[in-house]
Design a protein. Structure first.
Length: 684
């Protein structure tokens, strides 16, 4: 009964008189039904939609509230451990006793308690720990503040979204589709009734799109030419953090809030004044970095040692492995490409990139590596056998050290020796790499066998040891790059924000490149697809390397329900028509799992294909059509009638740059079975 009583309450001031029966009904006898508060909209008019949508995305990608809280707590504990343990090693260990430099006790072996300094003496020297406690309190505050936000997003997933979404077993595009439905029901954004997929991407990637555009236009000082070294790129995590602090979310950044650029930055007459102010702020932040560099550098040393020492000990070859550089991860990223989409695309290109770099190992280096591995392996093998015969061999000075060093040398040398089955085919490997990373300079075409191209590609695909050294010395290099590199770009940065910022209804100020406007920012070589007589290209407004066109195609593939503007739709349909006509001219081709079949299409479209060396590669796009097509039933079928249905399971491996986890990858069908605004072919 308590459940029902909570739904009713007395109607105050109610009094009724029945004149016929002369019955008096008091106010205590009259009850009315009360609508529960939970039926009212909780998610209407969210003030900061940028932050809200970003937290919804991170909640999905980080696998829910439990994983998020545990990860944050463990990160805090890890910070405390590094500080306490390093302080303990510096102040609380008597190394003379530990290393037997003095005769502490001759009756037995030195024990651990005997090598530890008494507590009283140890506490006196805990000055580093006291200094680090301030940072620890700051980190603690940062870790506890998001708890309320985590609970809010957890509640959103449980109430506004479907109950199944709480298990996070659905893919992001399903969550995004539900977000659009919630907007129509509860009006999270009051400035626009119906949001689109692009609106959500704009809000999550607002600042990232600006950063991509700045790198695309070579506005930020990230590439340098050093004597005796040549071209190099430097973008550590610390440098990126400082640049984002200056440009986007810092207290003196050009943005008034997450979604609005300050009005003075839109005024052409104030650009010199703003450039001077920005230059001063960059200088002050650079000086602050310089003042804090010793402390940060010490932290980098300690953190790197505790994190990588054991990994390097067990897997020394890790240092010779490669990764996509931080610079490459911005240069190669499309506009409006979420993290999981981008990571998946680069991961699919990793093996081809690794094979390409491995074919440039010097034959002389291979010969030396084989012989050094022989000598080191022989020494290590003899010591292992001796320890098996008599374990007292380990007590001999430096024997264990020698065994460890010999093992490391053998592992490193084996990492330098290529697989005997490696095929030297740089052009084919580069085509496979291009199928996923999409951006290579036109001058690389036909020159992939040269060391110059290899060195330029190495800027995007660096050794992990180089990455570790960049992160280690970042505290020392970042102040100089800010003070002597970025300050010189102050006026260009101010002009960039003024020239390439547009106000989008329901979204706010966004980078105009992220609008993927073909006519304004498109590459002239692609103009045949968008009625060139209507395009007016200016060099300063053109996105380099065909980034606008490629971003548009990728976004349309991962969001096929998005309805592009008329110009964009025309471009996509024309491009699709080119590919289909070239495919028809060959009468169909069998599926090529390696992707090398793209070379057969090099001369199919004389007026179009040569332009693609600057971007995706028309060859790669056309070869994708040979792999699959969408039929009215929604099933993926190959172009070959004799291919068995079992071959359909291999499509996800053949598709290349777009996978099912990044989007539905389908298109809505009209009654005639034709595609409506969807480019079926995948970017390869």
């Amino acid at each position: 009964m308590a459940e029902f009583e909570t739904k009713y309450q007395a109607l105050a001031g109610y009094e009724d008189e029945d004149t016929d029966n002369d019955v008096h009904v008091s106010e205590a006898d009259v009850m009315i039904h009360v609508v529960p508060e939970r039926s009212k909209a909780r998610w209407n008019h969210i003030e900061n939609l940028d932050d809200f949508f970003t937290r919804v995305y991170h909640y999905h990608q980080r696998h829910g509230i439990a994983c998020m809280v545990v990860e944050d707590v463990l990160q805090l504990i890890q910070f405390v451990f590094v500080v306490i343990f390093s302080t303990f090693l510096l102040e609380c260990v008597n190394y003379d006793v530990l290393f037997a430099n003095i005769y502490h006790n001759v009756s037995h072996k030195v024990t651990i308690p005997e090598a530890i300094v008494p507590v009283g003496q140890c506490v006196e020297g805990v000055v580093p720990g006291g200094c680090a406690s301030v940072l620890w309190l700051f980190r603690t505050h940062e870790s506890t503040v998001p708890c309320d936000e985590y609970i809010e997003i957890w509640s959103f997933y449980n109430t506004a979204l479907r109950p199944a979404f709480t298990e996070l077993r659905v893919e992001w595009h399903e969550v995004q589709r539900q977000l659009l439905e919630v907007q129509m029901e509860q009006q999270m954004c009051i400035h626009k009734q119906n949001l689109t997929e692009l609106d959500i991407y704009h809000r999550i990637l607002r600042f990232k799109n600006y950063m991509i555009a700045m790198v695309n236009k070579s506005l930020l000082p990230l590439k340098f030419k050093l004597p005796f070294v040549g071209d190099c790129a430097f973008m550590s995590t610390g440098l990126k953090y400082n640049m984002e602090l200056i440009l986007f979310w810092g207290p003196w950044s050009p943005f008034e809030n997450n979604w609005h650029l300050k009005d003075e930055y839109k005024n052409m007459h104030k650009r010199d004044e703003l450039a001077q102010l920005l230059s001063q702020r960059i200088l002050w932040i650079g000086l602050a970095n310089f003042a804090l560099s010793p402390l940060i550098f010490l932290w980098q040393i300690l953190y790197s040692f505790f994190r990588y020492a054991d990994i390097i000990k067990r897997h020394p070859g890790m240092l010779g492995a490669r990764r996509w550089s931080n610079y490459g991860r911005i240069y190669l990223r499309h506009f409006n490409e979420l993290d999981h989409e981008f990571n998946g695309r680069l991961n699919r290109g990793y093996k081809s990139a690794n094979l390409y770099m491995n074919i440039f190992i010097s034959p002389l280096l291979v010969i030396l590596a084989k012989n050094i591995a022989f000598f080191a392996g022989a020494v290590g093998a003899v010591l292992v056998i001796l320890t098996v015969v008599d374990e007292d061999v380990l007590s001999v000075e430096h024997v264990l050290t020698t065994m460890t060093v010999a093992g490391v040398i053998v592992t490193v040398c084996h990492g330098l020796i290529p697989d005997e089955h490696t095929v030297y085919c740089p052009e084919s490997l580069m085509r496979n790499i291009l199928a996923n990373i999409h951006y290579i300079p036109d001058k690389w075409k036909g020159n992939c066998h040269t060391l110059k191209v290899r060195n330029e590609f190495a800027l995007l695909f660096q050794y992990k040891i180089v990455y570790l050294l960049e992160e280690l010395f970042s505290p020392l290099l970042t102040p100089f790059i800010l003070c002597f590199g970025m300050r010189k770009k102050s006026l260009e940065i101010v002009n960039f924000f003024r020239n390439f910022t547009v106000d989008v209804v329901g979204v706010g100020d966004v980078c105009s490149f992220a609008q993927m406007d073909i006519r304004k920012h498109g590459t002239p070589q692609w103009a045949d697809e968008v009625e060139p007589e209507t395009c007016h290209f200016e060099q300063k407004e053109i996105a380099e390397d065909g980034k606008i066109e490629l971003s548009l195609m990728h976004f349309h593939l991962t969001n096929p329900e998005w309805k592009p503007p008329e110009d964009c739709s025309m471009f996509i349909n024309n491009l699709k028509g080119h590919a289909q006509r070239d495919l028809s001219s060959l009468g169909g081709l069998p599926v090529d799992p390696t992707g090398l079949i793209s070379s057969e299409f090099h001369s199919l479209s004389p007026g179009f294909a040569p332009q693609m060396g600057q971007g995706l590669g028309y060859n790669s796009l056309v070869s994708s059509i040979t792999n699959q097509s969408m039929m009215p039933s929604g099933q993926y079928l190959t172009t070959q009638p004799y291919m068995s249905s079992s071959g359909l399971n291999q499509m996800s491996h053949v598709r290349g740059a777009v996978s099912h986890c990044e989007g539905p990858l389908g298109g809505s069908m009209n009654s005639s079975g034709s595609l409506q605004g969807s480019l079926v072919v995948s970017l390869r």
